[in-house]
Design a protein around this ligand. Sequence first.
Ligand SMILES: [Zn+2]
Length: 171
Amino acid sequence: MEGKVKQPPVPVSKLAVLAGATIRSGPLPMDLSGFLVRREKSIILGVNSLHSRQRQRFTVAHEIGHLLLHPDNDHLDRGISFYFRDDRSSQAEVREEIEANQFAADLLMPKSMIDAFVVKHVDLMDDQVLAALASTFEVSTQALTFRLTNLGVAQNLAQRPPLRRKLRSIP
Ligand SMILES: [Zn+2]
């Protein structure tokens, strides 16, 4: 699906429609990110219009993941978390949420596009660089940070030995 998209930001809403969904954007309770409901003749992808644009884009991408990967169930997504330490969720649910998040990260921040913008490493402590990159991809800095870490292109300033030495030498 991402084959024809060459430049960020990836047009997730268009891709959702191409995947067969009808997008319904509207105000939902704040703890609700979105949902995917399959009807006989249509697939409704709901997204909370009260959330930030970046968050809505991630929600749409996450629901496309459910649409393509998990054909059997409808999905109601409360605050989509990157970590999933929710004891209420069954193992199968947790697995599906992780898969949908992974799909969303791949869709919004394809490795090839990240590679085109990131020469070697991104310094996670450099707020300006992170903000610029997040704005290019129209994702939250949180989602971007998580993605860069997973791709192994993130570098935490505190872990850089030369700087640690420098800091130690400051009286
Ligand atoms: Zn989900």
